[in-house]
Design a protein. Structure first.
Length: 279
């Protein structure tokens, strides 16, 4: 058997070990140093977020996404130091991301809507809003959907894409609300007395604010009634209590004030013809 000369292979192996050992060491150094720098950056971002008035749901999301992206960059840099061709790797990663994006297009739109809602805050937890044909208190603002609780305690789950793109009414944002009533009195009733009576009812309720001033005016001469518009400002939480109490007070006391609440009626006049009268 011929003797194999291993000396020439030993030089080649040692050369490859030095070359790849250096690349491995460089890759490990990039990983260690990169993750350490990522930790420092995340600490700065975390302190900045804590000083900002952001939704509690948004802060962990921002931290998690930022940390993941920074670590991906570190890993890509480390793989590049090992001599791995990154162009193909990035192209494959982009293709996979594009395919996933197409498959989850609706979910991603809800996700984008949730981020916009958490950033710009058109409403917050506890607000009473009306959106997408539903009204209720905001119980939860998630990344993908918003949960409303209706007055009869139903949970309404609405995708954030619709909440962000569609119009909505926020009844709680301004703090105060105007309560509107329309009360009818009969033709022939004393309008000035009715107006003074309604003003007294408004003044007697401490929940109705003096500023802005209340308003009372004749809004319509209807078929069966003289309609009076009444407006007053209250805190948002007092809206329905004031609305119902005023209706009840008017119903119970208008007759005591000599005022009547009319209802639709029709007067029928019968005219006898001359022929019928002669007969």
């Amino acid at each position: 058997m011929n003797n194999i000369d291993f000396s020439k292979y030993a030089d080649l192996i040692s050369q490859m070990a030095v070359e790849f050992g250096g690349k491995i060491a460089a890759g490990l150094a990039i990983l260690i140093l990169g993750f350490w720098i990522v930790g420092m950056i995340m600490g700065v971002i975390r302190r900045r977020l804590e000083s900002q008035d952001l939704s509690p749901s948004l802060k962990p999301f921002i931290l998690g996404m930022t940390k993941m992206l920074l670590r991906v960059l570190v890993v890509i840099s480390a793989l590049g130091a090992l001599g791995i061709e990154m162009t193909s790797f990035v192209a494959i990663l982009g293709s996979v991301g594009f395919a996933i994006g197409l498959a989850l297009s609706g979910t991603l739109q809800n996700f984008a809507g949730g981020v916009m809602i958490l950033f710009f805050k058109p409403y917050k937890v506890g607000d009473w809003i009306e959106a997408q044909g539903y009204s209720g208190a905001v119980n939860e603002i998630g990344i993908f959907n918003t949960v409303l609780t209706t007055g009869d305690n139903k949970a309404i789950i609405i995708p954030n894409e619709n909440m962000w793109k569609g119009s909505l009414v926020n009844y709680s944002r301004m703090g105060t609300r105007r309560v509107d009533w329309v009360f009818g009195i009969a033709y022939g009733d004393d309008y000035d007395h009715a107006k003074a009576t309604l003003q007294r009812y408004l003044d007697e309720d401490p929940r109705i604010k003096k500023d802005p001033e209340t308003f009372i005016g004749l809004v319509e001469l209807a078929d069966s009634s003289v309609n009076i518009a009444v407006r007053g400002w209250v805190d948002g939480a007092d809206y329905w209590g004031v609305f119902f109490d005023m209706n009840e007070k008017v119903y119970k006391n208008f007759d005591k004030e000599g005022l009547s609440i009319p209802y639709p009626q029709m007067d029928v006049h019968v005219h006898k013809s001359a022929t019928a009268a002669d007969a």
